[in-house]
Design a protein around this ligand. Structure first.
Ligand SMILES: CC(C)(COP(=O)(O)OP(=O)(O)OC[C@H]1O[C@@H](n2cnc3c(N)ncnc32)[C@H](O)[C@@H]1OP(=O)(O)O)[C@@H](O)C(=O)NCCC(=O)NCCS
Length: 189
């Protein structure tokens, strides 16, 4: 059985998931982290303007990505578009709950990689790794109710809706619900 300390390369039809290569990936990750859709759908608080990208932010981002391969309780992989060989985003297993063999999954794909089935395949590949190679029983995530594309991608990848937490996010002058979804080992074909 593999562990979170192992950083595999997972190969699908459209995408390949591989460990972070900070030098090569940082330019793409900077674009991704500043992308309006990524900010809208992955932030836990609404900000009308993207956060200012100053030196401190740059340092935090560089530190973060240069230490991803040393982590023994999570797995951060870059989503590579096999058609071009270029990184387009990241997909992550985190919040490991060891005694209950569960973790969370998160994904963000930048503007060059979206709407071509790459996200669905990346989620499916990493969930398969979690449930089979890592021996986890449960992979869960939450998705804002106004993110229909992500919900559809997760459903196609094999996740099921478990419930809705109401009015979790104040987005401009609206309340947005959060949808909980999960994939379980005994339902994973
Ligand atoms: C969410 C994300 C990972 C999905 O990956 P993707 O490669 O863009 O999505 P896919 O092409 O694999 O699948 C998207 C599906 O949603 C559908 N879709 C797209 N826009 C939609 C919309 N507005 N409403 C309903 N369905 C929509 C597509 O038609 C497709 O379904 P289909 O294959 O049945 O036609 C990616 O778009 C992303 O990272 N977005 C920005 C950040 C984000 O939302 N992260 C997730 C936070 S929970």
């Amino acid at each position: 059985m593999l562990t979170f300390a192992d950083k595999p390369t997972l190969v699908g039809e459209k995408v390949l998931l591989r460990p972070v290569r900070p030098e090569e990936d940082l330019p793409m990750l900077r674009v991704m982290l500043n992308d309006p859709d990524v900010l809208r759908y992955t932030s836990d608080a609404y900000t009308p303007e993207p956060p200012e990208w100053d030196e401190a932010m740059e340092r935090r981002v560089v530190d973060w990505y240069t230490t991803r391969n040393d982590q023994t309780d999570r797995l951060d992989l870059i989503v590579v578009d096999r058609a071009t060989g270029r990184g387009v985003g990241e997909v992550v297993l985190n919040e490991w709950d060891e005694p209950n063999r569960a973790c969370n999954l998160r994904i963000a794909i930048g503007p060059d990689g979206r709407d071509r089935g790459l996200g669905t395949e990346a989620v499916r590949l990493l969930t398969d790794h979690a449930l089979r190679a890592l021996g986890l029983n449960r992979v869960s995530l939450s998705v804002y109710a106004f993110n229909a594309r992500a919900q559809r991608a997760y459903e196609k990848a094999g996740f099921r809706v478990e419930g809705v937490r109401r009015q979790v996010l104040r987005y401009a002058d609206e309340w947005i619900d959060d949808v909980d979804m999960a994939a379980l080992a005994d339902h994973w074909a």
